[in-house]
Design a protein around this ligand. Sequence first.
Ligand code: NIG
Ligand code: FE
Length: 412
Amino acid sequence: MAEVSLLIHDLGAAVSPKGWGPLRGRDLGELDIHAPASVAISGGRITAIGRPEEVMREMRSGADFETVDGRGKVALPGLIDCHAHAAFVGDRAAEFELRSRGASYEELHAAGGGILSTVSATRAASEEELKAAVERHLSWMLEHGTLTAEAKSGYGLDRETELKSLRAIREAGGDHPVDVHPTFLGAHTVPPEFSGAAEYAEFVVRDVLPDAVPLADAADVFLERGSFEVPEARRFLGACADHGLALRLHADQFSERGAIPLAIELGARSVDHLENTGEDGARLLARSDVAAVLLPACGLFLDLPLPPARLLVEEGAIVALATDFNPGSSFCESLPLIMNLACTRLGLSPAEALSACTANAAHVLALSDVGRLAPGYRADVLVLDAPDWRHLAYHLGGDRFAAKIKAGRLLD
Ligand code: NIG
Ligand code: FE
C-alpha cells in the first residue's frame, strides 16, 4: 500500500493522452478518460488513477495527506510549452503598431528592427534583470497551466549575452515552479557586427558554442531568407550535434528552403513553424522521426498561411503545439489559447490538441515522465474548474484552474 501525500478525489474525470512516447496519426487523438476519478500522489509521482473507490482501496487508511476536492472538475496533465523565447527584456509594442498600419515583419527585420531591436535591449540588461524577466515570463506561462517550458536564448548573438541568457534561464528555472529546459538559439539571426551568415556561424561555433554546451539541452537555428541558409545552418547544427546538443530548427516560416531534408539528415528533434511547408515537405517530415512543432499564435500574429496540420497528422508526423512566446511574432504565453487556435484554425480535435501540447511536447524536450496522467509519471496535474475537459480548448481565454500541482506539490 502506498503512502499517499496528496489525493485529488471525486473528479468528474481525469484525462490523459494514451500509451507512451510520441503519438502519431490516429493515436494523437486517443485519450484515456477516467470518469469519475481520483488521483493519488506520493513522492512527487502519480501512484494511482482510476475510479474513486478503487484508488481509496489502494491507500493506507488513517495516513495523513493533503486533499483537493475534484467534484465537478476535471484533471489534466500539466501543459508543456516546447517552443518559447523567454530570455529577453523590453517589448516591441511600437513595432506592433507599425505592423497594424501595414509594415511587414520581414521589412522591419531587414531595416534593422525586429529581432535586432530586442537584441540591443537584451545586451544592455544585467544578468539579474534578464533573470527577473525570465521569471516574469515563466509566471505568465504558469498562470495558463504551463508546468514545463523550453526557454531559448537568441537575443544576445554575442558571446557575453548568449551565455548570460543561458545562465539567466537556468537560474530563473531553478527558483521557479515551472521546469525550464534551455535551448541555445545562437543562430537566431546575423548581428550587425558581422558581414554575413557564414562568418557569424563560424564565430558562434568557435567562440560561443563550447561554453554554451554545459548550459543548454538543445540548439536552434532560424533557417530563413535574411537569417541563415542551409550551408550555415548545417555548419552550426553539425557542430552543436558534435557537442551532444539536441537540434531544433525554425523553418518554412516565410519560405521553404531545404530545412526539412537538412533536419532529417542531421537527426534533428524538431522543425518548428512550417507555415509555408508544401505537401511534399509535409509528407517527408511525416515519414521521419523529426517532430513538427506548430505555432498557431505566430501565424495569427503575423497573418501567415496556415501550416499543413491535418496532412501532417494524417500522414503520421509527430505533431506538437507550442506558443512561440516572444516579443515580436507571438506575444502569447497561453497554451489553452494555442489549443483553441489548433481546433478553430488548424483542424485538430480537442484531443489531438491536448496530446500535442502534453505527450508530444514532452517528446520534443526529450522528457519521458511528464505529459500524461498515469502511475509512475511525475505528478504535474491541472485541475480545471469546468464540467468537461474540452473547456480547456473551448473556453477562449477562459482557462480557469481550481488547482495546479507541480511534482506533487500544490501551488498557490
Ligand atoms: O519564432 N522567427 C524567428 N524567431 C521568432 C521571432 C523572434 C522575434 O521576432 O523576436 C519566431 O517567430
Ligand atoms: Fe520561435
